[in-house]
Design a protein around this ligand. Structure first.
Ligand SMILES: Cc1cc2nc3c(=O)[nH]c(=O)nc-3n(C[C@H](O)[C@H](O)[C@H](O)COP(=O)(O)OP(=O)(O)OC[C@H]3O[C@@H](n4cnc5c(N)ncnc54)[C@H](O)[C@@H]3O)c2cc1C
Ligand code: FES
Length: 289
């Protein structure tokens, strides 16, 4: 069992949890993730290791509650425990001194981009970060990203904070300014990563994306997370999750992410109906008031 030592709500439906997992906290590298299972009836689901404190032996996970498992997770409190956490999984981000790196995080994608920004900075790169969200209330980790980057640019789709537009608009401006860029890292919703890749392809700027297909075993055995990269089948859990964005088949990824919508909806309805979950949700609401 893995104990939750801290729970925080960062924005509407976005939570930061610190969890005791000393072995993973010591071993993890930027870009890696864990697969967690809340209880014996639960499914395994992947979350990026956003941060870790090897001395305290804790992991930080930041996630959005979108369906049955993540909503159930959000109902847990400091002091509660999680049944199992497997990790660190996935290939670590390839980090070296590239020169000037632009790191882009969209929505909840800011959470997985944060450890990469830290790693790129530690390796001696100049890091310009761009973060964006649909609206001000959904923006996360602004202070942390500012502290970890040489420069931070912020955008909101609706213009409710700093500037109106998409992260890709800001990227276009940086490119138009003639700033030297050696690598672009983009993590966020599939449409955002696709647009960023279309922009950078025009300028032949190497672009790395982190893919988020549905995962089941997260060990390369089941094949559920398969993606097509450069015409070849890859398993995001063991060959990724990071890939050359210019080679990714985003149409296929978007289609595969929609495969189980009916089942996911049914699982959520079933979950909401169970007395244990209703109690948890009620408790969570009480704590949040
Ligand atoms: C390597 C990896 C790292 C991830 N890291 C994070 C993270 O740090 N923070 C975070 O919030 N999420 C992260 N995700 C996504 C997270 O795993 C899913 O949101 C979660 O599995 C949804 O489970 P659920 O049962 O709550 O919802 P479900 O009922 O399974 O799904 C609810 C809704 O979310 C969509 N969804 C399901 N799985 C994914 C997915 N993998 N990506 C995008 N949308 C999905 C579904 O299409 C559906 O609309 C990561 C995914 C991968 C593959
Ligand atoms: S999740 Fe099963 S092969 Fe990747």
């Amino acid at each position: 069992m893995y104990k939750i030592v801290k729970r925080e709500e960062l924005s509407s439906c976005v939570y930061r949890f610190e969890i005791e997992a000393p072995l993973i906290a010591r071993a993890r590298k930027p870009g890696q993730f864990v697969a967690i299972r809340l209880d014996e009836q639960g499914e395994r689901f992947p979350l990026t290791i956003c941060d870790a404190d090897p001395l305290k032996g804790t992991l930080t996970l930041i996630y959005q509650s979108v369906g049955k498992s993540t909503v159930q997770f959000a109902g847990l409190q400091a002091g509660d425990s999680i049944l199992d956490i497997v990790g660190p999984l996935g290939k670590p981000t390839h980090i070296e001194k590239f020169g000037s790196v632009v790191c882009i995080g969209g929505g909840i994608g800011v959470a997985p981009v944060y450890p990469i920004v830290q790693g790129m900075k530690r390796a001696g790169n100049k890091v310009i970060s761009i973060i964006g969200a649909r609206t001000k209330d959904l923006l996360i980790l602004e202070n942390e990203m500012r502290a970890a980057s040489d420069a931070l640019l912020v955008t909101t789709d609706d213009g409710s904070y700093i500037r109106k537009g998409f992260v890709s608009d800001v990227l276009k401006e940086i490119i138009a300014r003639g700033d030297k860029i050696d690598l672009v890292v983009a993590i966020g919703p599939v449409p955002m990563m696709r647009v960023v890749c279309n922009v950078t392809r025009e300028y032949n700027l190497k672009t790395m994306v982190s893919l988020n297909p549905i995962m089941l075993d997260a060990t390369g055995m089941c094949g559920v997370c398969r993606v097509t990269v450069g015409g070849k089948t890859q398993f995001a859990c063991v060959d990724g999750p990071e890939f050359d964005g210019h080679l990714v088949d985003f149409d296929e990824l978007a289609k595969r992410l929609r495969t189980y919508l009916t089942e996911e909806k049914r699982a959520m309805e079933h979950y909401r109906g169970s007395p244990r979950c209703t109690d948890l949700a009620r408790e969570a609401l009480k704590q949040e008031k």
